[in-house]
Design a protein around this ligand. Structure first.
Ligand SMILES: [Zn+2]
Length: 80
């Protein structure tokens, strides 16, 4: 279904962007209930979408580049 992608909302600025143009990032959310007696901690991951400009602004691309470099370095260390 090319060209029929449902738009996603940019998590930062709220702009509607086509899914194939949006940049997906994963955000780790820490929820702690230290005020309660149980002291329960939740760690949840949420997929967020950013438009191109927000992704650039927030350094999502840099993070991806760093991850790729790390991956490449690991593979080099293993002798691939
Ligand atoms: Zn945005």
């Amino acid at each position: 279904m090319r060209g029929r992608e449902p738009p996603v909302t940019c998590d930062n600025c709220g702009r509607k962007v086509p899914r194939n143009k949006a940049v997906m990032d994963e955000r780790v959310i820490n929820l702690s209930t230290e005020a309660n007696e149980g002291n329960i901690r939740f760690v949840t991951r949420r997929k967020v979408y950013y438009c191109i400009s927000c992704a650039k602004h927030r350094g999502v691309f840099e993070k991806k580049k760093a991850a790729a470099a790390r991956f490449a370095a690991r593979n080099a260390a293993r002798g691939y």
